[in-house]
Design a protein around this ligand. Structure first.
Ligand SMILES: Cc1ncc(COP(=O)(O)O)c(C=O)c1O
Length: 393
């Protein structure tokens, strides 16, 4: 699951090259850098792979989400609709912009349910953020449709699914914009890094300026002479991470191929047990970073976990996952029903997430590695078989 698994000589070579040239800044010093811009190469590669017109690399996925919201113009008092099953960064990005997170419920695929999201739209809704979780796509077409219907921008939080697709299009490249993360826990990592994809020139320009103190970037001028477009922040990526990003994207197809092959082998080997695999809006686009089964009841999920654990594979029940489920975030709950720049936040109490709880409490999950040995794969197969036999008895 962690991209360091596939680090090798290629990463050492590109990092050594950046260090030897002593050219760490992605911008400026045009006359002495021999035309080498590693972060830009990373962006160009992401554009080429996804078909997006623009790509902007930044320090991390959280910065990418904040920059996307800022670029869209989300600000104090606005509401942003997203999923209660995500990483807390999605919520933090909304709050960092002074906006109120509004949580819908998830569908059977464990992504934000478009029907529940649409019901939450108000005059204050500034953006919709469907989150593609644990390898698989949210129902992007439905969100794009809702976005068009109400004139609300859609930001795909694709931080967890770099390389995943939906009906043949790369996740993150379908909404008004989308974000990728390359943090140390992701399938592909550059240490810390993020990327925003968009086809919207105006949005890209605003985000590009915002992420670097408002600079209007131009190779015709050096940094000091560049114009400014408003105020911004510093979310610039360094050339070291840019260089790693180029390698990571080169390695992406082979990494995904391996993950998908392993997952298929496991699923094919346990089909006869009758266990239900997590349904998906696009099975082929799954990055296969996670193996998730849906049990008929929370009790069956507990039995599955126990039996699978006894045969060597740790499965977790997703409703207990404190990292990815809003029910566990006390800091968020404490913000509930308080005033946010003139807009009252809803309650974030666990009872407000009943439909989500009903699904996550039946979902059991284990992560898959890119370089999985035959023995590891066989062990997981045996554990799933044992878990299924016990839980579905
Ligand atoms: C769904 C989701 N959104 C956003 C982020 C934030 O990415 P980063 O860790 O690069 O800031 C993550 C990272 O775990 C994530 O899983």
């Amino acid at each position: 699951m962690a991209g360091t698994e596939i680090f090798g000589i290629e990463e050492i070579r590109v990092l050594t090259d950046v260090i030897e040239r002593k050219m760490i800044h992605r911008y400026g010093s045009h006359s002495v850098r021999s035309g080498i811009y590693r972060v830009e190469e990373f962006e160009e590669k992401a554009k080429k792979i996804t078909g997006s017109k623009h790509a902007l690399a930044l320090t991390n996925g959280t910065a990418a989400l904040i920059t996307a919201l800022k670029g869209i113009g989300v600000g104090p008092g606005d509401e942003v609709i997203t999923s209660p099953f995500t990483f807390i960064a999605t919520i933090e990005a909304i709050v960092a912009c002074g906006a109120v997170p509004i949580l819908g419920e998830i569908d059977e695929t464990l992504a934000l349910d478009p029907v529940s999201a649409e019901k939450l739209i108000t005059k204050k809704t500034g953006a919709l953020i469907p989150v593609h979780m644990f390898g698989a796509a949210a129902d992007v077409d439905a969100f794009v449709e809702i976005g068009k219907k109400y004139g609300i921008p859609v930001i795909e939080d694709a931080c967890e699914v770099v390389g995943g697709t939906y009906k043949g299009r790369y996740l993150g490249s379908i909404g008004d914009c989308g974000t990728w993360s390359f943090d140390p826990n992701k399938t592909l990592t550059v240490g810390e890094g993020g990327l925003i994809l968009t086809d919207d020139e105006d949005l890209w320009f605003k985000m590009d300026c915002y992420h670097d103190h408002g600079h209007v970037h131009s190779k015709k001028h050096d940094r000091g002479e560049e114009g400014k477009f408003g105020l911004g922040v510093n979310y610039r990526l360094s050339e070291l991470q840019g260089a790693l990003g180029v390698v990571a994207l080169d390695k992406m197809p082979a990494a995904l191929e391996k993950l998908r092959r392993t997952k298929k082998r496991i699923i094919d080997s346990v089909k006869d047990t009758g266990i239900k695999v997590r349904p998906m809006h696009d099975l082929e686009g799954d990055t296969a970073s996670h193996l998730i089964f849906m049990l008929p009841s929370p009790e069956a999920a507990v039995s599955f976990r126990r039996a699978a654990g006894e045969t060597g594979t740790g499965f977790s029940i997703i409703s207990e996952n404190t990292w990815h489920y809003a029910k566990h975030w006390k800091a968020l709950e404490e913000m509930g029903e308080k005033d946010f720049f003139g807009t009252k936040a809803p309650s974030y109490a666990p009872e407000t997430m009943a439909a989500t709880e009903a699904k996550l409490s039946r979902a059991v999950m284990t992560g898959l590695n890119i370089n999985m040995s035959d023995e590891d794969t066989e062990r997981i197969i045996n554990s799933v078989r044992s878990g299924a036999e016990t839980a579905l008895r």
